[in-house]
Design a protein around this ligand. Sequence first.
Ligand SMILES: Nc1ncnc2c1ncn2[C@@H]1O[C@H](COP(=O)(O)OP(=O)(O)OP(=O)(O)O)[C@@H](O)[C@H]1O
Ligand SMILES: O=P(O)(O)OC[C@H]1O[C@H](OP(=O)(O)OP(=O)(O)O)[C@H](O)[C@@H]1O
Length: 217
Amino acid sequence: MRETVNIALSKGRILEEGLPLLARAGVVPVEDPLTSRRLVLETNRPGVKITVIRAQDVPTYVQFGAADLGVAGKDVLMEYDGDGLCELLDLGIARCKLMVAEPASLASHDDPRAWTRLRIATKYPRTTRRHFAAKGIQTDIIKLYGSMELAPLVGLSDRIVDLVSTGKTLRANGLVEVEHIADISAWLVANRAALKMKRAAMKDVIDRLQEAVGHNA
Ligand SMILES: Nc1ncnc2c1ncn2[C@@H]1O[C@H](COP(=O)(O)OP(=O)(O)OP(=O)(O)O)[C@@H](O)[C@H]1O
Ligand SMILES: O=P(O)(O)OC[C@H]1O[C@H](OP(=O)(O)OP(=O)(O)O)[C@H](O)[C@@H]1O
């Protein structure tokens, strides 16, 4: 029987930047996932399927074997609390930075070396707590699911931890970067058991993606 390989991708940037990469790797969905309502799509490669889910759910699907491979941002992987996942390949897409930012008015007289306790709004509580704990700084974290840049404007927090790419969103809201936490890009992740059980089929897709990333570099 043919081995199937199910690849989990998320709608939005990962799908938009991931589809051209998959196409270079010779994997093309038979329907356009950007417009289709179908959540599992067949591809031109027999046995290879693409599943479209929420970005934060990709590690969960892969950990529990509901997907064999997945494409997830390093930010999502750093925040994920689980194992059984293997980070295989930096795909070099959806590049950005995870940063601490604050209002320009605060930054003008702020000294990050003097920080002892911070009130921070973020979608990334675990990563934020870990980053500051390593530097001996206490954090009061307010978990948000989006629009972090709003938090300092409405007095929810003094600072935020969020993704920055062009810096437009920060600028538009009077915020400036004050500390770098991590460089972010999307990674190919795999279910550890599937890597062993479906070795040949998985290797074919992984090798193709590795070559496509190489060509991209
Ligand atoms: N401005 C950006 N520039 C580049 N990459 C980004 C940017 N924002 C997010 N990303 C990367 O793309 C991934 C997916 O982000 P996207 O905005 O498409 O979905 P999301 O809103 O985080 O997910 P969902 O709504 O499904 O929970 C992020 O995890 C991150 O790695
Ligand atoms: O530095 P920039 O280029 O402005 O990008 C940064 C923004 O992108 C992400 O937002 P999200 O994906 O939620 O929103 P978007 O679709 O507006 O980028 C992130 O949470 C920032 O708000």
